[in-house]
Design a binder for this molecule. Structure first.
Ligand code: 5GP
Length: 234
């Protein structure tokens, strides 16, 4: 697969064209940003870790019936993916109160939710990815009813699969963010699944094992990413 022109550079990844119009190469960087890129840094080998963890998660999810953009792992930092027209909606699923939900509702982090909460956020950094709802999405024609149905079903399925998977590794899945896109008329799960996009707390110690270590200056950032990879690969 020939790597072509870079067509996009985001905060944590670059996307390249290939000699096949329907496929892209997704390359994972070590760059880390938080709070809409007002905090910037590097997490050594994060790109390698996130590429490997995302690969494992996408393969597992495909086995469980969730269609994803993943095609195959190409190298330490690169995966081959199906070209997507991204739906500008970020889906968050929460099992435990943390981060944005704690702040928005004035709640303490760590409260277990009676059932998972699904949130939609409008994908727009300049506006800080504001929370919105299905009516906004439909009225603005960002996705059809049918597409939203698939996005919702996939999101809850991802939660069930990942909760069990991480639980077996001694990690509690607190919350995570997903992005979806269209490929030849079909909704596929895109982006990445990694400690950058999931909150994971150690089952026994409740230690934060995710990007909050960077966001909140908690230290042991590289070691923690490596530890999550070690457990995921185990
Ligand atoms: P919150 O809304 O609490 O900030 O984030 C909820 C979950 O989604 C967390 O696991 C967080 O890592 C993930 N998340 C939400 N928005 C973003 C984003 O723009 N970038 C990344 N990497 N993760 C996000």
């Amino acid at each position: 697969m020939k790597k072509g022109k870079q067509i996009y550079e985001g905060k944590a990844k670059k996307i390249y064209e290939t000699d096949d119009k329907s496929l892209y190469i997704q390359e994972f960087k070590d760059d880390a940003t938080a709070f809409d890129a007002t905090k910037r840094g590097t997490i050594k080998e994060k790109g390698v870790v996130n590429n490997k963890i995302s690969t494992i998660m996408f393969k597992l999810l495909e086995q469980k019936g969730v269609k994803t953009h993943f095609v195959k792992l190409l190298s330490d930092r690169e995966m081959l993916v199906k070209r997507l027209h991204i739906v500008p909606v970020e889906v968050t699923i929460r099992n435990v109160v943390a981060g944005g939900m704690a702040k928005m509702l004035g709640l303490k982090e760590g409260i277990k939710l009676k059932e998972p909460v699904l949130e939609y956020h409008y994908k727009n950094d300049a506006l800080h990815d504001p929370l919105f709802n299905e009516y906004h999405i439909r009225a603005l024609d960002l996705a059809t009813d049918k597409e939203l149905g698939i996005i919702k079903d996939y999101s809850f399925k991802v939660n069930e699969v990942m909760k069990d998977f991480f639980s077996a590794k001694g990690l509690d899945l607190i919350d995570f963010k997903l992005e979806f896109g269209r490929h030849e008329g079909e909704i596929l799960l895109g982006d990445e699944i990694s400690p950058d996009t999931c909150r994971l707390w150690d089952r026994n110690t409740q230690k934060k094992m995710d990007k909050d270590r960077f966001r909140r200056d908690l230290g042991q950032i590289e070691e923690t990413y490596q530890e999550v990879l070690r457990r995921v690969e185990d």
